[in-house]
Write a protein that binds this ligand. Structure first.
Ligand code: SAM
Length: 328
């Protein structure tokens, strides 16, 4: 039986944060500290949780953080996750979201371990701007090498996530169009959400889907292509072939009605929405030897998944955890 919530949404996509540490301090995400706020679990603990989720109907697992590649045991975790079998008897689809800084050396071993795809976050294609945003000198070269290594390793299609903020990097849209064509990657622009540590979000800062599309039209002609119903991204392909870009628009075009996701934080708490004000303690439920209590907690969490987020509405409450501590 698939995992279906009270609004009829089938939940098949699990995101696991395996650390809330990060080696980047992107100015729109972090206040400036490196440190973890929450404990990390062992590989065996994440694996046990993932096994129970998969036995209940999860078919896709994405590892995230913090920066997931900071955990050297991530390759072994991927190998063991690849050994799980979905309800249909297949290995789960495995992906990682990473800042790409350590990817050049890890792409091939990750592929060998069973990783299917990678999403690399890049908010500028200009090295200086990139350094200002990430507060990491010379990071751009490492990330570019990581993107290329991922393509060579066959972790394709390589997706690039770019968060746009007004007055900050919205002028990078066209340059990203060129980058998508040159590097044969799919760039996805993401609307900025109120999930930052420093509370700088306001509706005016959000660069909307409509604006991205308008800016990209100055670069080259393109047309929209079909997207899967549960996909968060509107997809476009350049008319002269090949390269694709997308826009993920949780603010101007919310997709909560098609949400198929559930999240696990690095300390083993289930979050049913990025904006959940309540978490479910799966780590605590692991103390009994059998999996029954874990199944109960997962089913309860899904039954109580929020209908939608309330970004921009009066009374909106920002969750206690910011993006880096939830797992983006
Ligand atoms: N360290 C990894 C990385 O950089 O991809 C994984 C974690 S990071 C929190 C995941 C993604 O969330 C990144 O693409 C980041 O740009 C994005 N992100 C962070 N804060 C955000 C916000 N307030 N709104 C939208 N996206 C955000």
């Amino acid at each position: 039986m698939p995992l279906i919530d009270q609004f009829g949404r089938t939940i098949h996509d699990l995101r696991i944060s395996i650390t809330d540490r990060c080696n980047y301090r992107c100015v729109y995400c972090r206040t400036g500290t490196y440190g973890a706020q929450y404990p990390e679990l062992t590989l065996a603990e994440y694996l046990r949780m993932a096994r129970v989720f998969v036995s209940l109907g999860i078919t896709k697992i994405r590892l995230t953080g913090g920066e997931p590649l900071l955990r050297k045991d991530v390759i072994e975790l991927v190998r063991q996750l690849h050994g799980l079998r979905t309800v249909e008897g297949k290995p789960p689809e495995l992906a990682i979201t990473t800042n790409g800084h350590l990817l050049a050396e890890m792409a091939e071993p990750l592929k060998q371990a069973g990783l299917d795809r990678v999403t690399v976050s890049m908010d500028a294609v200009d090295p200086e701007r990139f350094a200002r945003i990430t507060r990491m000198p010379n990071g751009f070269e490492s990330v570019l090498a990581g993107v290329r290594a991922a393509r060579r390793a066959g972790l394709t299609p390589v997706k690039i996530n770019c968060v746009l903020l007004r007055g900050f990097n919205e002028d990078q849209v066209e340059a990203f169009g060129r980058f998508a064509q040159q590097e044969q990657v799919s760039v996805r622009f993401i609307e900025f959400m109120p999930l930052e540590e420093g509370r700088v979000w306001s509706p005016e800062v959000v660069v909307t889907l409509a604006e991205v599309v308008e800016r990209m039209a100055h670069f080259a002609p393109f047309h929209e292509i079909a997207h899967e119903p549960s996909s968060t991204s509107r997809r476009y392909v350049f008319d002269d072939g090949g390269a694709e870009f997308g826009v993920i628009a949780p603010v101007s075009l919310p997709f909560c009605g098609a949400c198929s996701r559930i999240r696990l934080t690095s300390d083993g708490k289930i979050r049913t929405c990025l904006f959940s004000l309540r978490e479910h303690d799966l780590r605590a439920a692991m103390s009994s030897a059998d999996d029954e209590e874990m199944v109960r907690v997962i089913e309860y969490a899904i039954a109580n998944k929020e209908e939608r987020h309330h970004i921009g509405e009066p009374g909106f409450l920002q969750p206690g955890r910011s993006m880096v501590h939830i797992g983006g």
